[in-house]
Structures are given as C-alpha cells and as structure tokens.
Design a protein around this ligand. Structure first.
Ligand SMILES: [Zn+2]
Length: 483
C-alpha cells in the first residue's frame, strides 16, 4: 500500500509542524495566553472543513478512495487535509503574537519595575528631566541623588509601554532628595521651578498679563514663550519649591531680563490708497505705440483694519489684515490707445532704419531720454556728444516736410518745427543763436541742414532737444529713429 504510507507521512509531518508551532506559541505568549491558543485550535478544524468544501466533490471522493475508502478513509482524508491548515493557523497566530510586541527596555530599581521604555535615549531623557528638576547637572556626582537603575532588553506588548514622564516621576520619588506632589512650571520646555498649587502659578502669570492689559484696552497680551504647568513629583528644596510671593518676584525678574517676553496683538486702523483701473479705448487717430489720456483716473482709499504684533513694545513686522472698508472708490482713467500703423510715406533714407534720420550730424549720444524727469515728462531726446562738445554740429531735417516755425522761445531758445504731413511733426530746440537756416514755409528734404547745435533757452549745456509729435502728442522719438 504505497499510497497509504505516503498519506501517513503527510499526516505525521503536519502533526510535528503543528506541535512545534504550538510550543512556539506557548513560549511567546506565556501561560496566561493559553485561552487564546485553545480558541485558535478550535478555529482550525472549521477552516479545514471550509477548505475541503472548496476542493469540489470529485476531488474529495477520489481522495477518500485513495485513503482506503469507507468510514476510515473519510476520517483519514479529513485529518490529513485538516492538519496542515491547523499548523498554518497556529503559525499565523504565533507570528501575529510576535508582531504585536516590540523590543524595549524594562527599567527597574532593585526589585521594583519602574516601567517599560522604547529605547535607551528615552530613558536618558527621563533621567535628564529628573536631574533638571532636582537642579543638578547631568554629569559627575549629581547623578548620585537618583536611585541606581538597571534595564534589560525585552519583547514588550505595545500597550505596556510607559512614558518617559512617568519614569522621570518614579526616579524623583525614589531619589535621595525629599520630594512632594507639586506643580512644575516649564518655560519653552525648560524647568523653571515648582509651586504647591497650580492656581498660584496661573494667578501670578495671569496678573503679569493683566497689568499690561490695562495700558491698552484693545490689545491682546500673551507671552512669547510657552508656559506649561505640569503636576508631578518635585523636590522640597527651597530654591525649587517656591511660594506665591517668591514666584511673583521671579516672574518680574524674568520680564526684566527678557527670559520672558510679552507679545501684544493690537488692532490698528490705517488708510490705504488704491490704484485706479485703466479703460483702454482703441483709436486709429493715434499711431501704434502712442496713447492719450481722455479723462484722468483718481485713486481711491480704503480703511484697513490690521492686527499688529508687538514684542516688548516694538512692532515685529508681523501683521494680519482682518477688515477692509472702501471709503473712496477709485475712478478709472479713460485711455486712448493708438491702432494706426506707421505711415511708409515718412521713410526718406534713415541712417538707423527708422522713419526719421538722425537729426544731428556727428552728435552721437542721448544725454537725456524720453522719460519722467524731476516729476515731469521729458517728452524729447536730448542729443549731445560722447566725446568733446556737440556745440556747432549741424542739425538736419529728420524727414521731408515744410517748416512751420523758425524762431525763438523762452525755454526752447532758437528752434525749428517741421510738418511732415499725415499728423507728424518734428521739433529742434536750443539751437545756436543766428544759426537758423530755414524760414516758415520752406520745403526741406530729409538731411537738409536747418541749424547748428547750441544751448539757447532753458539748457544747461550744448545739445539738440529733439521732439517727435504725432497728432499733437509728443511721443518717444526712438522707434521713429529706428533705435
Ligand atoms: Zn530736452
């Protein structure tokens, strides 16, 4: 009967497997967990039977036949299939048992177990906290005040771990220094002192805040540092356990030495100007790149309520907007924006590829750009020389046109204005006295000499003040010069 022997071997191996697993389970969980173990044993046959059902009728019948047939065959077959499931179930519960616990430290003093911690660093943290409360340093003989502790590595259930605070308290209770139940005061986590009643501690720090509060009724006063009150075991030493009056003196000193700072949140109302929007109206009466203000905009103003943070009376720069009220609405400006393409008829041999040619022969520097200057728009280019002086250099017509002005003006000095048609004009100012070469009505070509560079009128030095006027508006000459 070779099949029967094979089946017996299978069953035997499963039995050994489950026995080892069971021992492992008992080892790990301890005798008190035997109840859970028995429950696991009862669960296994049910899982085994469910597993059998999934195999299908034909496979089961064939298996029973293989096991010798009849009632004995059924029993054998069931046992052989059930045992591996039983073993697997046990193995699972054992590994789950191990998974639920982790390696930790059992901390004890003599025969007394103080608790269980996750790591050595947690124990050191507890010990240092105890030394800090005792007012002793972490090195040297100071540690003698604490009891001799021992710790061992163990597998510890997740719910059995103790906090470092609890171990610290136990160490203090067992220390050689007399201790008592009190309320510890910690500033930003560092131990300050202890008082018998927490209400005393809160009253002292509360009165400090209240004293400040009366100065500014709308300010919210708090401490910059975090003050924590922790009930626990503290030494009865007179420099550690203070009464209310002593704590009051200490608190006043902390404020003076800035170990404790006051933070105030003040509500402040400010006026804030708001920008006006710009409504752009396209216009083909203006060339591209030029604009004209049809109606000026006006800025509005808001009333802004802010929470401003002060530390020890000085603003920290930290502020939060909590409210905004529009007092004056801004008025939008109406802006005409040019859409008309530049007219090719202006082109008459520009040296820089623009519509106009450079108007001062040999003067090669822009002394002052088309830009805001001293609070007003300098709507022209001031052309001078990079090296030496531009005085006496020849001014030429920038394009073909007709002279419309050739004369003198209080700020322009001697100047010429040429009309080029199609809404475009150019102006040449501060020319040398007596240098004007053209008269009103003269026709000029691009490059025709019209004057010499001077410094007449309102000018601080020799230069050509050159304006480009499009439809009566002085525009930036640079694009027309091709620069
Ligand atoms: Zn100028």
């Amino acid at each position: 009967m070779p099949q029967k022997t094979a089946l017996k071997q299978k069953g035997f191996l499963s039995a050994v497997f489950s026995l080892i697993s069971s021992l492992g389970e008992l080892f790990c969980r301890g005798a008190q967990k035997a109840g859970a173990f028995v429950l696991g044993l009862l669960r296994a046959p049910v899982v085994g039977l469910l597993f059998l059902l999934t195999r299908g009728k034909d496979a089961v019948l064939a298996g029973v036949q293989e096991a010798g047939g009849g009632k004995r065959g059924v029993v054998r077959y069931v046992c052989v299939w059930m045992l591996p499931v039983l073993a697997a179930g046990l193995l699972w519960s054992v590994s789950a048992g191990i998974g639920a616990r982790s390696v930790g430290l059992r901390v004890s003093v003599g025969e007394t177990i103080l608790g269980y911690l996750r790591s050595e660093s947690e124990f050191l943290q507890a010990k240092n906290a105890a030394l800090e409360v005792l007012g002793l340093g972490t090195d040297g003989d100071a540690a003698d005040a604490l009891p001799e502790t021992a710790y061992a590595v163990e597998l510890i259930g997740a719910n059995r771990f103790t906090s470092a605070e609890d171990i610290c308290e136990s160490l203090l209770r067992l220390s050689s220094v007399p201790t008592t139940q009190a309320c510890g005061i910690y500033i930003d986590g560092a131990f300050l002192c202890a008082v018998k009643n927490q209400s005393d501690a809160m009253a002292v720090f509360g009165s400090v805040l209240k004293a400040e509060q009366t100065n500014e009724t709308d300010a919210m006063v708090s401490f910059v540092q975090h003050i924590a009150y922790v009930q626990g075991i503290y030494p009865e030493a007179e420099d550690v356990l203070l009464d209310r009056a002593q704590l009051q003196t200490l608190a006043d000193n902390l404020l003076k030495t800035h170990l404790l700072d006051l933070k105030e949140l003040k509500t402040e109302i400010e006026k804030e100007l708001t920008d006006f929007p710009s409504v752009k109206i396209p216009s083909d009466a203006l060339y591209i790149g030029t604009t004209r203000v049809l109606s000026a905009g006006r800025r509005g103003s808001d009333q802004v309520t802010k929470l401003v943070t002060y530390v020890d009376g000085a603003p920290t720069g930290e502020e939060e907007e909590v409210g905004r009220l529009t007092v004056i609405r801004p008025v939008a400006e109406q802006l005409q924006v040019g859409t008309r393409a530049l007219d090719a008829s202006f082109v008459s041999g520009s040296s820089y590829g623009g519509l106009l040619i450079w108007p001062a022969v040999g003067a090669d520097n822009i002394n002052s750009d088309y830009a805001w200057r001293w609070g007003k728009l300098h709507a022209a280019l001031d052309i001078g020389s990079k090296v030496g002086t531009s005085l006496g250099k020849t001014v030429v017509a920038a394009a073909e046109g007709t002279v419309v002005i050739s004369g003198v003006h209080s700020s322009y000095g001697y100047y010429v204005k040429i009309d080029h048609g199609n809404g475009m004009q150019t102006l040449y100012a501060h020319c040398m006295a007596g240098s004007l070469l053209v008269n009103v009505g003269d026709h000029v070509d691009a490059g025709t000499p019209i004057a010499k560079v001077g410094m007449t009128g309102y000018a601080t030095g020799p230069h050509l003040h050159f304006e480009v006027i499009i439809n009566g508006v002085r525009v930036d000459p640079k694009p027309y010069l091709g620069i």
